[in-house]
Design a protein around this ligand. Structure first.
Ligand code: KIV
Length: 290
């Protein structure tokens, strides 16, 4: 390898501590993320829904993987996240945990599995920790879920909050639209973020929020913010992995940057395999036993 290509490879890997490994073989914890915020270290989070893909992201050094209810539209074939069940996500989360060694794996509490009461939230979260082996859970909502966040944290469950656009409320919102526009909505978002921090959340996802507002929230709270469609001023960024890698069919939102074209790559591989079979080219001698 030439000096130039080795330098390029090195610079492609972030040098920051979250990516360099904890040095102890342990998983990333909420303390690592709190330290990253104090030291101004940015980090990346991806969704993951199965062991093999999660293993690839873990080896790539992604410190936090979210088994999001976005599995609904990106893995399970539903139109949105609402139909996803706890059983489905706990099964996917278990696979992601088994496929990884050092990422913190966060289980998303699906619609209807925590809103009723703090004890419902605790029952659901316990399944993600006990059955799947997750290190934390995520739930959507601002002030209305403060009792749930408090109960979970007091019971020993790290909680990532999620405000701005909350896709589980798509039927009330009437679609996916930018949140926090206008003074009143912006002040509400800031006050929700502060209240969630006070309730004990260790991080907050800000989804589809104006960049200036997301930067302001990030500066005004001490826990990390994780942006998705929220500009560059948050402490971390998350993308749905199928969007990031170009597997999602159709268009992707403006905020998504596609780093690969997996849909084309996989489609070409499938077509080449089918053509080899049809033309008797596969299997050949080198792929046969005698
Ligand atoms: O379910 C999910 O993937 C999410 C992210 C978009 C934050 O909630």
């Amino acid at each position: 390898m030439s000096a130039a290509s080795s330098a390029t490879q090195e610079s492609a890997q972030p040098k920051l501590s979250l990516y360099g490994g904890t040095g102890t073989g342990r998983r990333i914890t909420v303390r690592d993320l709190a330290k990253a915020k104090r030291e101004g270290e940015k980090w990346a989070m991806l969704t993951a829904y199965d062991a093999l893909t999660a293993g690839v992201f873990d080896e790539a050094g992604i410190p936090v993987l979210l088994v999001g209810d976005s599995a609904g539209n990106n893995h399970l074939g539903y139109e949105n996240t609402v139909p996803v069940t706890v059983d489905q996500l706990v099964m996917l989360a278990g696979a992601v945990v088994r496929g990884t060694k050092r990422a913190m794996v966060i289980g998303d509490l699906p619609f209807g599995s925590y809103q009723s009461s703090p004890s419902q939230a605790l029952d659901t979260a316990a399944r993600f920790l006990k059955e799947a082996g997750c290190g934390a859970v995520k739930l959507e909502g601002g002030r209305r879920v403060l009792p749930q966040v408090e109960a979970l944290v007091q019971a020993g469950v790290p909680v990532m909050a999620h405000i701005g656009l909350t896709p589980q409320s798509v039927n009330v919102l009437g679609g996916y639209r930018i949140a926090g526009r206008g003074d009143e909505e912006a002040e509400k978002l800031i006050s929700d973020a502060k209240a969630l921090q006070h309730a004990g959340a260790f991080a907050i996802v800000l989804e589809l929020v104006p960049a200036e507002l997301a930067a302001r929230v990030s500066a005004e709270i001490e826990i990390p913010t994780v942006g998705i469609g929220a500009g560059s001023g948050t402490d971390a960024q998350v993308l749905v992995w199928t969007d990031m890698a170009g597997l999602t069919p159709g268009g992707v939102p403006k905020f998504v940057k596609q780093y690969a074209d997996l849909r084309t790559v996989l489609g070409e591989a499938a077509r080449a395999f089918a053509s080899d079979v049809v033309h008797g080219v596969y299997p050949d001698e080198s792929h046969s036993y005698h």
